[in-house]
Design a protein around this ligand. Structure first.
Ligand SMILES: CC(C)(COP(=O)(O)OP(=O)(O)OC[C@H]1O[C@@H](n2cnc3c(N)ncnc32)[C@H](O)[C@@H]1OP(=O)(O)O)[C@@H](O)C(=O)NCCC(=O)NCCS
Length: 162
């Protein structure tokens, strides 16, 4: 939902909760670290948000964000800029198993693509997903991401022109 008056963009899930991307803080990092996919989704992503938080802290490449719905931390997502390829990347997308299927993933992805597209250097947003990860493939396709034909660590690379 776009609020033309203030030029801001609001994103809500299926329960009407505002879905917001927060920086990682002293107040939310524990909840982000505890975000977990369903057991059978662990072949697609890390078993806990903690893994991605540490990657962001230690690697100097990725930037983790908390996904909050209303007052509750419900997920993790991260982004990076690949100077060599000139693209922004999204990774580490997990909506906690108990919160899936409520529109949080779609709202969070919309919020992040709008946020990245507003960066001056942003021309293209890329991400990758396991070929068997049908829910993720469907969500990303719905948001306009199209497979590039490239693969990264055996994952399908998809891109959205900005
Ligand atoms: C993929 C994921 C982020 C989607 O988040 P979510 O909050 O459950 O998704 P939403 O409720 O916003 O649904 C948005 C769209 O995603 C797709 N989707 C979500 N769950 C799905 C499912 N079980 N089967 C098929 N499509 C699904 C649909 O296109 C859906 O739109 P629709 O409801 O109109 O059909 C979430 O399932 C998740 O965290 N999975 C485990 C980790 C993972 O695979 N991350 C992606 C790594 S690339």
């Amino acid at each position: 939902m776009v609020n033309g008056k203030r030029g801001t963009v609001d994103f809500t899930d299926g329960q009407g909760r505002h879905v917001v991307l927060d920086e990682i803080t002293d107040g939310n990092w524990r909840a982000v670290a505890d975000v977990a996919p369903a057991d059978d989704q662990r072949r697609f992503v890390a078993a806990l948000g903690a893994r991605y938080l540490l990657l962001s802290m230690r690697g100097g490449v990725w930037n983790s964000l908390a996904i909050r719905a209303g007052d509750t931390v419900v997920g993790h997502v991260m982004w990076a800029y690949d100077e060599e390829g000139g693209a922004h990347w999204i990774g580490g997308m997990i909506v906690d198993a108990a919160e899936q299927g409520r529109g949080v993933g779609r709202a969070a992805m919309r919020a992040l693509t709008v946020r990245l597209a507003a960066l001056p250097a942003c021309r293209e947003i890329r991400l990758s997903y396991h070929p068997d990860n049908a829910p993720a493939a469907r969500l990303y396709a719905e948001l306009g991401f199209a497979p590039t034909g490239d693969f990264e660590d055996e994952e399908v690379v998809a891109a959205l022109a900005v």
